[in-house]
Design a protein around this ligand. Structure first.
Ligand code: ATP
Length: 268
């Protein structure tokens, strides 16, 4: 696999407050990567920095071209869709109008109609509710709509900020299954920020843990290049309030730059 997104020595600032302190990682094309970390670690800021929504220095390259200094709109046009925390649907518009708006930069009318139907295939509940105002949908339905709307852009890379936030466990599990399908079937590379570490790691090929604006632990597993399936998930173990990755021998794990033995969980 080739690196689609390369982030090097990323430092991001909110006014005088520095949120990222030299963060580096790469995303392989076709991968599903999760960013884990405690509250305030810098996960959301990393996604914002990729979309140039926060002042940053360092290097962010997408397909070998720098994203630094580009407008957020031009980054979206390169094929990077961002589903922010809090979902970001247009609450006064209907489900179908939201999907149409997701395709606003596209001109292929027939393709847009076909893609709306495809989204209804992934999320049948949205089809049942296509005339309903987005603001009256349940939290899970709104999250599904936010993901479907982002997919209407035909992105190559989708950035998802805590899609499980506020959702019931069964709905989260369904949503993650669909994200896995989108990654495999639509070949969309996915970077997902999650608090639900266990579930995210069941699905992910790569995982990075962020602590105070730096990557402190990374693990990856290999998938078959043909079937894109893998026998086992990345395991995390938890003992005495501490999570740690336990990759098997075939999963290269790295622990760059820090000697912290394990990452202390905010959920303990
Ligand atoms: P959470 O899981 O709670 O969403 P996070 O890992 O996504 O946390 P960020 O939202 O990226 O963390 O925040 C990283 C740091 O930047 C925190 O210290 C936070 O207080 C600070 N920060 C975030 N947004 C702003 C802002 N708009 N102004 C000032 N500081 C901010």
């Amino acid at each position: 696999m080739t690196a689609m997104l390369n982030i090097k020595d990323l430092r991001s600032y909110y006014g005088q407050v520095q949120a990222l302190h030299g963060l580096s990682f790469a995303l392989n094309e076709g991968s599903l990567t999760t960013l884990l970390g405690a509250n305030g670690a810098g996960k959301t800021t990393t996604l914002r920095a990729i979309c140039n929504m926060v002042r940053s220095t360092g290097a962010i390259e997408f397909d070998g071209s720098s994203l630094m200094g580009r407008s957020t709109e031009s980054i979206v046009r390169l094929g990077i869709a961002h589903v922010p925390q809090g979902r970001g649907t247009f609450t006064s518009l209907t489900v179908e109008e939201n999907l149409q708006l997701g395709a606003i930069s596209r001109r292929d009318r027939a393709g847009i109609i076909a893609d709306i139907e495809r989204m209804y295939g992934y999320f049948p509940v949205l089809k049942e509710r296509y005339t309903q105002q987005a603001g009256t949908l349940s939290g899970g339905e709104q999250q599904m709509l936010a993901v479907a709307r982002a997919l209407m852009l035909k992105p190559r890379l989708m950035l998802l900020d805590e899609p499980s936030f506020g959702l019931a466990p069964l709905i989260v599990r369904d949503l993650f299954k669909i994200l896995g399908r989108i990654n495999r079937e639509e070949k969309v590379t996915i970077l997902v920020v999650e608090q639900n570490a266990q579930l995210a790691l069941e699905l992910a090929d790569q995982a990075h843990v962020i602590e105070t604006g730096r990557i402190v632990m990374s693990a990856a597993r290999r998938r078959s290049p043909t079937t894109r399936t893998s026998a086992s998930p990345i395991w995390v173990t938890r003992s005495a309030g501490t999570w740690s990755f336990s990759p098997t021998k075939s999963w290269p794990a790295s622990r760059p730059a820090r000697s912290t033995p394990a990452w202390r969980s905010p959920w303990s």
